[in-house]
Design a binder for this molecule. Sequence first.
Ligand SMILES: C[S@@+](CC[C@H](N)C(=O)[O-])C[C@H]1O[C@@H](n2cnc3c(N)ncnc32)[C@H](O)[C@@H]1O
Length: 208
Amino acid sequence: MNRVGALIYDRFLIGASQQAGLAEQRRGALAAASGEVLEIGAGTGLNLAAYPREGITRLVCSEPNAAMRRQLEARSGEAPLAVEVVTASAERLPFEDASFDCVTGTLVLCEVTSPAAALAEIARVLRPGGHYLFLEHVRSADDDQARVQDRWAPIWRRVSGGCNCNRDTLATINASVLTLDEAEIGRFPKAPKIVKPLLIGSASRRFA
Ligand SMILES: C[S@@+](CC[C@H](N)C(=O)[O-])C[C@H]1O[C@@H](n2cnc3c(N)ncnc32)[C@H](O)[C@@H]1O
């Protein structure tokens, strides 16, 4: 996300989607968050109001982009408890192994440099039995639509400031050390067709 994108994100890039159902989808995706929770790529903090009001004992939000992080800090009062804001990329999380019960991420794996490295880090910081909750826009399961996504991907990456519309995130999760528990395909409301398919679900770190 570039600086201009960060400044217009809430109002112009995601605002209509939020109102048309994305806010509700966030609540659903995060409903099982509990214990010590880490959010990766927390952006402007649109998930803060979507976390369950009970059951979370610690909430750490990591975000590498300074312009996004400032908005996240300004919004911290919407969270169910005090938020710790940390500067970090998902591929290099500044936490000890097995330090969280839950890791969350929404609309992030489309933008990280390496989704596989981010998932390895998520698995590393999760405690055995801990959960990764995700909501990501992904590559379409329809071959024709996926080809359209491939064709538009370079242009979309430029106009969106780094978003990849054609990543097969489900395959990347399945290839990671995490175990997929639940996944459903939804639709990103009020979004262009190439970013419509939403993958919503959870994966867990197995007990050793
Ligand atoms: C489309 S925004 C989504 C923000 C927020 N998660 C949401 O759901 O509204 C993508 C976010 O990923 C962040 N991001 C980009 N590269 C990242 C990386 N390598 N690690 C973690 N976050 C990253 C961006 O700074 C931005 O905040």
